[in-house]
Design a protein around this ligand. Structure first.
Ligand code: UD1
Ligand code: CA
Length: 463
């Protein structure tokens, strides 16, 4: 491999004991993505090839969750420390010579520009080890940078630090650039004679100095970037920081957030300009919202695509739905997976849909369930209409062609097809296909007995 190459190792084998969780720490979600997805994506964006994720605790689950990120995986059977973890990636990097970026699965807030600065500084200095550091107001728990002026002498862990060293506020972010393959040689000489009886990656600093190599440190301007997630308090705090970043980026791109502190937008969600988002809205997963939309309080939108000018009213929930331009939804509509609205549709309060396509301008304004259905253009579905799509074993289709008018309180017992332009009388249970242009009614004729109620009341008074 050529000299200029760049590779990455991401450490993610630890259990994360302080999370008090059955789930591996790096799988805990932050703005909708597992923690380890953040360093994984940065490594890829920086052109690191290969990027090796060191897995151990819940290795299979971690590999599955991050399978789509273009990573190689290396297994660390037993978690013997960060130094041992990097050594476990040595095989995957056999023959690699160049800059090795070391990231941590539990340090998700670091910015791409900061890592670019780190790589550039490492190259400019001709260093063998360049550690990214930060000045922390409260350095507790982190490794401390022990310097002699500009020289980095060593890194000492909190648990091994003297009282004097504990006062040092410059900490190790746990992110580095190393010269490979030198770092692997250096690590093979590192022991575990320390408070935690672990192989410390931080000990390569001292090892590099002994080998006569240059060690450098670069301090990150914003210490929030360096935050390591060890417990759920820090996870929530990181969520708040990331949310602020995400929301600011949307606002600067032309999206209005009434109260950004109470707006929950996952990383990777796209929103068009001039869209207005009210408080307590959640936009999750692979959601894309078009321009000029309005999303009212309490809407929860997951993995859905919304066109332009869509009005989502309060309390509406949708997932895996595709919404065309100028639709109005809710309040309190429930659009389940497979809902497709072609455009200018209206689904009103307490309307539930699933695997249902509504062609342009078709609408259902109140209290309706439409599942496994195709609804044609301009169809009007009256209040209380239900598709009876399920017989306890199988699901069946309801097809309603263009320009049909469905009276209120209709049940469509699927499979059934309603021909174009026909009319369904209110209160009907439709079990048979209806031809185009017909009127279908299925209800007992009304019986009216004049004077009956008056006579009954008169009788009751006498007795
Ligand atoms: C580490 C650093 C510390 C630094 C801090 C920054 C060492 C010895 N200490 O401490 O100087 O200030 O990060 O956050 O390196 N991991 C493995 N295998 C292991 C042990 C850890 O893969 O055997 C992974 C963890 O999953 C985690 C990362 O390495 O992603 C850091 O491990 P952690 O135990 O959190 O190290 P810290 O004690 O925080
Ligand atoms: Ca940590």
């Amino acid at each position: 491999m050529s000299e200029q190459k760049r590779a990455a190792v991401i450490l993610a084998a630890g259990k994360g004991t302080r999370m008090k969780s059955e789930r591996a720490k790096v799988l805990h979600p932050l703005a909708g993505q597992p923690l380890a997805a953040y360093p994984a994506r940065l490594a890829r964006a920086l052109g690191c090839d290969p990027s090796v994720l060191v897995v151990g605790h819940q290795a299979a689950e971690v590999e599955q969750a991050l399978g789509g990120e273009g990573l190689h995986f290396a297994l660390q059977q037993e978690q013997l420390g960060t130094g041992h973890a990097l050594l476990c990636a040595a095989d995957a990097l056999r023959g690699f010579s160049g800059d090795l970026l070391l990231l941590c699965g539990d340090v998700p807030l670091i910015r791409r520009e900061t890592l670019e600065r780190l790589l550039a500084y490492h190259a400019a200095e001709g260093a063998a080890v360049t550690v990214l550091t930060a000045e922390m107001v409260d350095p507790k728990g982190y490794g401390r940078i022990v310097r002699d002026g500009a020289e980095v002498l060593r890194i000492v862990e909190e648990k091994d630090a003297s009282q004097k060293e504990k006062l040092i506020r410059e900490i190790n972010t746990g992110l580095y650039v190393f010269e490979a393959p030198f770092v692997f040689e250096a690590l093979r000489g590192v022991g575990r004679d320390n408070a935690q009886n672990e192989y410390y990656l931080t000990d390569v600093v001292a090892a590099a100095r002994v080998a006569g190599k240059k060690v450098r440190a670069l301090s990150v301007a914003d210490p929030a970037e360096a935050m390591g997630i060890n417990d759920r308090v820090q996870l929530a705090e990181a969520g708040r920081i990331l949310r602020t970043r995400i929301n600011q980026a949307h606002m600067l791109a032309g999206v209005s957030l009434v109260d950004p502190a109470c707006t929950y937008i996952d990383a990777g969600v796209e929103i068009g300009a001039e869209t207005l988002i009210h408080p307590n809205v959640h936009l999750r997963g692979a959601t894309r919202v078009g321009p000029g939309c309005e999303i009212e309080p309490g809407a929860v939108i997951s993995d859905s695509v919304l066109g332009a000018g869509v009005h989502v009213k309060a309390g509406t929930v949708m997932s895996e739905a595709r919404i065309g331009d100028a639709c109005a939804l809710g309040p309190m509509a429930h659009l389940r997976p497979g809902t497709v609205l072609k455009g200018r549709n209206k689904l009103g309060n307490f309307v539930e849909t699933k695997k249902a396509t509504f062609d342009e301008k078709a609408q259902a304004s109140h209290l309706t369930y439409i599942g496994d259905a195709e609804v044609g253009k301009n169809v009007n579905i009256g209040c209380g209409t239900i598709t009876c799509n399920y017989d306890g074993v199988n699901k069946y289709q309801t097809i309603i062609e263009d320009d049909v008018f469905v009276g209120s309180d209709t049940q469509f017992v699927a499979p059934v097809r309603i021909g174009r332009g026909s009319l369904i009388g209110a209160g009907s249970t439709i079990t048979k296909d209806v031809p185009a242009g017909a009127l279908a009614l299925s209800r007992a004729e009304q019986k009216t007995i004049e004077g009956w109620a008056e006579r009954k009341r008169a009788k009751q008074k006498k007795s």
